[in-house]
Design a protein around this ligand. Sequence first.
Ligand code: TEU
Length: 565
Amino acid sequence: MLIATAAATQHWWRDAVIYQVYVRSFLDSTGDGIGDLAGVRVGLPYLKKLGVDGIWLSPFYPSPQHDHGYDVADYTGVDPVYGDLAEFDLLVADAHRLGLKVLIDIVPNHCSSAHPWFREALAGGPDSPARSRFHFAPGRGADGALPPNNWRAMFGGPAWSRITEPDGEPGPWYLHLFTPEQPDLNWRDPAVGEHFDAVLRFWLDRGVDGFRIDVAAGLHKHPELPDSPDPEADERSRDSVNPLAWNQPEVHQVWRDWRAVCEEYTARDGLDRLLVGEVSVPTAREHAEYVRPDELHQAFFFHLLSARWDVDAFRRTISEAMRDIAGTGSTVTWVLNNHDQVRTVTRYAGEPSGEASGLGPARARAAALLMLALPGAAYVYQGEELGLPEVVDLPDEVLTDPIFRRTGSRRFVRDGCRVPLPWTGHASPFGFTSGAGAARPWLPQPEWFAEHATDRALADTRSFWHLYRDGLQLRRSLPQLGEGTLRWLETPPQVLAFVRGDGLVCAVNFGTEAAPAPVTGTPLLASGDCPPGVLPGSTAAWWISDPATTAPLFPPASSPKGPTA
Ligand code: TEU
């Protein structure tokens, strides 16, 4: 199954590494304690030096910020907190001058309750045609006092809220899969698709290279809005498990339409545009349907992110992705961190037992080298290159995540991975915000952020930053890396190893005891100390193995334990 054709490799996105900028927490240029677009501009040379191919900007649109911008009130503007359109244009121009692509976040599943469409729908009364752009439905029970069905919202509570009509009478309910401030749009109303078509063109005309699509397996709901068979399961999991509210077949037509818009722009200037979907679906096979040749270019493969620190879990997950996704001609889009998830340094420290092991940083470094060696594209979340741990002890009163407010629980709360980045110095605000009278960062930075500040990271060749930078440089220079295939090697227990192309070997030791290295000689790059012939525990390394002289010591797997791709 060889799918890396010459034509395919011409598409920059097939093996791009994109850096996710969570704008609010990247760099504050105005001293209000909140990151902004001008701050992102200042940070671009830093990202260029790191060696990524482009950036994805989290939502910066006008928004009441009930979900930090994932509640959009105007899809073609910039919230004054983050800047304005002129600043956005400067950012795109600077990025392009540096050879960096710019992706922006688009949120088509829902808008803000402050969006003019929703206001019109509320103000217009029961017969308002504006209501057809949302899911309004009469309640059940006496006087319609119960929600129309039993669906639960992703962030806690029922997925329905009841409105009061302009005359003061209780009215119907509207659907919101997230917070009540994020009403779901009705994609069966053609006005919705037409609106987003215009939004795409607005930003493409301003020069963006593509879009990260929020909740890309959502959009359409079962037309009858029937009860969920297992509402408790929907509540327990943060994954999109309600099969009636997610992953409906009709959504694929939207991605075909959006792909056609991208192709239209490419036909004009020859430049590839990129659609990357946030696709949370149960299996790699279902995932693959979103990246068929006429749909999305990429979709985040979250199964690697959710895999436990376990050699078999990783091998199985990677094998499934290679078989089911790369097997269709697409490339896999790997991701270990994002703004919704506990950072790897902290997550892996607590695995497999849940007890903190102290191994988090070593494992996170090993996972990074693994990700950068896998065939396909990858996304790096800001701070990942600094080895930032999750801030787990933010006091309740500073938490802003609606999950906390809606569930009353700290479980799943996402503020801890969104604390503003440390840039320089020994004390908060660590250069994140500056100037006399500057406000404090919108989330408090712990003192120990000093250890992770970019100035220290750049000066220390053993830092996470240098590991990412070296890995990214090698990806550029070695023809074996980037897109293509992998071949598993037979390994001792606890070790995962594969060959890329003609002899780039990557091995990861998931155990805590040293294992023999798969290749003799000094590694090209390693996530920790790695003497010749040895692969220490919680360590990954890359070697070039010249088949003539230093053949891998582990022979290629002959059994389909890990299917080759
Ligand atoms: O997230 C969708 C979402 O629910 C994910 O957190 C999901 O639970 C996870 O991917 C499962 O693995 C997106 C944004 O990333 C998030 O920040 C927003 O809050 C949410 O949409 C609503 O717009």
